[in-house]
Design a protein around this ligand. Sequence first.
Ligand SMILES: Cc1cc2nc3c(=O)[nH]c(=O)nc-3n(C[C@H](O)[C@H](O)[C@H](O)COP(=O)(O)OP(=O)(O)OC[C@H]3O[C@@H](n4cnc5c(N)ncnc54)[C@H](O)[C@@H]3O)c2cc1C
Length: 425
Amino acid sequence: MEIPIQSLHKPSNWAGNIVFAARTVERPRTIAELQDIVRWSGKIRVLGSGHSFNTIADTDDTLLILSDLERRIEIDPAARTVNVDGGATYADLAPILHASGFALHNVASLPNITIAGAVATATHGSGDANKNLAAAVSGIKLVTANGEILNLSRGDADFDGAVVSLGALGVICELTLDIVPSFEIRQNVYLDLPVSAVIDNFDALMSRAYSVSLFTRWQGAATDQIWVKALTSAGEPPADVLGARAATKACHPIPDMDGTNCTAQFGVAGPWHERLFHFAIGNTASAGAELQSEFFVKRSDAPAAIAALHAAQEHFSKALFISEVRSVAADALWLSSAYEQDTIGFHFTWHPEWKPTLAAVKAVEAALTPFNPRPHWAKLFTLPAATIEAAFPRLPDFRELAKRHDPEGKFRNRFVTELFFSQPA
Ligand SMILES: Cc1cc2nc3c(=O)[nH]c(=O)nc-3n(C[C@H](O)[C@H](O)[C@H](O)COP(=O)(O)OP(=O)(O)OC[C@H]3O[C@@H](n4cnc5c(N)ncnc54)[C@H](O)[C@@H]3O)c2cc1C
């Protein structure tokens, strides 16, 4: 079969800091077309919704975009699962799930990302008992290098290695996700908790509700905002949190921005998908022109890590729009940032100026080095491959898995090769 060169137009990522180098962009409409494209391509990568900040999705050969695939969202109420196609977003899925009486256990800050792209990078939200979004996957269908479909289910030998794959095993064409009965959340924002109170009461703060996020600009002695997303069954929200006062106007995570783009606050009860995202479905997320990084440490190290970042804040805070601290429960997925440890994520939204951001990223990495930080695969980091290998104990097993399913490296781009395949065996 001859594959037509459809477009020489080069797409860029959401943030606009990466223009993809692809020679060809393919947009299959059916799984059979997708399989043919993979079968006959040289190097190939999938682009989801392009919300990553580094070259993880890039290729100089074929870029595959799945947004033209027919949307498939099939709920199995008895099994409490939903099957979704490889191009579907959380914004496609969440309202349909809710209308059928179901929910996802957790979501990220924004809805407009593909489920497959989020799963491939271990995207997460917050909540002491909430694992990252990939942990909801119970089945995965991959189009592998020869164009054939590989089905893996939770419990299969390769499954825990194949879910968070950075796109290096094949094209995710379908996912089965665990779902739960729909639930309601109240969201409240509290202001100006001192850093010392965060450090002294960290467990009490993060375990206070279903999902808690702490936002800070790492300036001075106080943090900015605590977003508390509580199950309505937990009762009325408190007037203050550890002395932090309740906000009286709608807040945006970036203190100077308009909070009306965000999900409803002030403790008004509402469905999970209208409260757990920070940014409402259909609205602009975050600042728009920005860069992001995120690093994860073992939960028990979080108070010391916060103290270390606080001590180093003058070296990175000027480059910041805002930083977010979230908790993620441990899972068993080999390349998950929460692999076998309850985890705290330190997220940084940077101004879109490359040089100050790079210096700031290095300052954060230096402050967190004693805690063996794991980077968010989809955000900016400079940690060397050997450091990353030491932080992910199953990375050598993932390398072998990738070699077995993709011996010629069809799905390996420069990003993945430099991270995982440049180390001496
Ligand atoms: C404003 C903003 C807010 C964010 N908030 C959060 C947050 O709250 N929590 C968090 O953890 N992250 C967050 N992120 C990061 C984001 O979740 C990740 O970048 C995620 O990967 C985005 O999904 P995507 O569809 O855009 O993937 P892309 O960036 O398009 O791709 C990411 C990776 O997934 C692979 N991939 C995509 N689709 C497939 C497929 N079908 N088969 C195989 N591989 C595939 C790509 O090849 C690439 O390697 C945020 C990003 C932005 C811009």
